[in-house]
Design a protein around this ligand. Structure first.
Ligand SMILES: NC(=O)c1ccc[n+]([C@@H]2O[C@H](COP(=O)([O-])OP(=O)(O)OC[C@H]3O[C@@H](n4cnc5c(N)ncnc54)[C@H](O)[C@@H]3O)[C@@H](O)[C@H]2O)c1
Length: 266
């Protein structure tokens, strides 16, 4: 590692690829068969005072970006990868299922990429309220509203819920030639409306993490275009990791929890 980097405040891209397979060499290192990813077995995440990462996966963070925002470059990267793959451009209309952290950030990034209509569905009222302030142009409750019956169909559908009914209704709402991106990881299998996908020539694909997103993520946050700080609803110490992990299921008002290791003097 270049010694001048010692002591730098960084945001880490939590993966290590082999750098020599066809996917690494073509820049799609997220698909590397030998990838090691923090939090994916057998790697036990990074709830520790120290974690080792190759230096080019550690990105310098400007002083005015908070530690918490630096940590949340990771879900922001999922959103950037999603909007790139969906080819969101000025004037795009986007439907997002799920207003959790991923859906919220997809809405923010879609707006920055130029989307003019960003509709987000979520059964949780407080999450609909949050995403409406964070980038959505309209929200709907999937229990009472069907996006395909609310006027024009959408250029892009992003599932950020993992809920099979959301995928099914979302696909119905994609216009001919549009794109559907499955980000949510809920069920192994879902039923697909094959004729609809064929008749409308819908491009259906998935997202597996990200590649080459950190510089963009840091720039979007440093320039004030994306707000990550307001997503942090709960803070925990290293000793409280279990409680931090349970917050999402136990507190319906949580958005993102962060675990803060003890401060070290440099
Ligand atoms: N593909 C990837 O690389 C990748 C990366 C990160 C996260 N994910 C997945 O993305 C999904 C979203 O992550 P998150 O952190 O925002 O999760 P989350 O659980 O906080 O948010 C999911 C949201 O979906 C909502 N939801 C449930 N049923 C719905 C329905 N029928 N219609 C619309 N919304 C519905 C929930 O109320 C919730 O707000 C998860 O499944 C996660 O595993 C995938």
């Amino acid at each position: 590692m270049p010694t001048h980097r010692i002591g730098e405040r960084v945001s880490i891209e939590p993966q290590k690829s082999c750098r020599s397979c066809e996917y690494c060499k073509s820049g799609r290192y997220n698909l590397c068969p030998d990838i090691e990813f923090f939090a994916a077995p057998p790697v036990h995440g990074a709830f520790a005072e120290y974690a080792a990462i190759e230096s080019d996966y550690a990105y310098t963070v400007p002083d005015h970006v908070s530690d918490e925002a630096a940590a949340l470059m990771e879900p922001l990267s999922v959103a950037i990868a999603t909007c790139r793959k969906a080819a969101v451009t000025p004037g795009s209309t986007v439907l997002i299922a799920g207003a959790g952290p991923i859906g919220i950030l997809v809405a923010q990034v879609a707006r920055i990429f130029g989307a003019t209509e960003i509709t987000v569905s979520d059964p949780a009222a407080h999450r609909r309220e949050f995403v409406l302030k964070a980038g959505a142009t309209q929200v709907l409750d999937p229990q009472s509203d069907n996006p395909s019956q609310r006027g024009a169909l959408f250029d892009v559908f992003v599932d950020a819920s993992g809920a099979p009914p959301a995928i099914s209704t979302g696909l119905q709402a994609v216009k001919p030639g549009g794109k559907a991106i499955l980000v949510g990881m809920g069920s192994e299998k879902v039923e697909l409306p094959v004729s609809l996908i064929q008749n409308r020539e819908i491009e259906l694909t998935g997202i597996f993490r990200y590649t080459n997103t950190w510089p963009t993520a840091i720039e979007l946050v440093a320039s004030g275009k994306v707000d990550l700080d307001s997503m942090v609803t709960h803070r925990f110490s290293l000793e409280e990791v279990e409680a931090a992990l349970l917050t999402g299921s136990e507190d319906p008002y949580s958005i993102k929890s962060v675990v803060i290791p003890p401060k070290k003097s440099t």
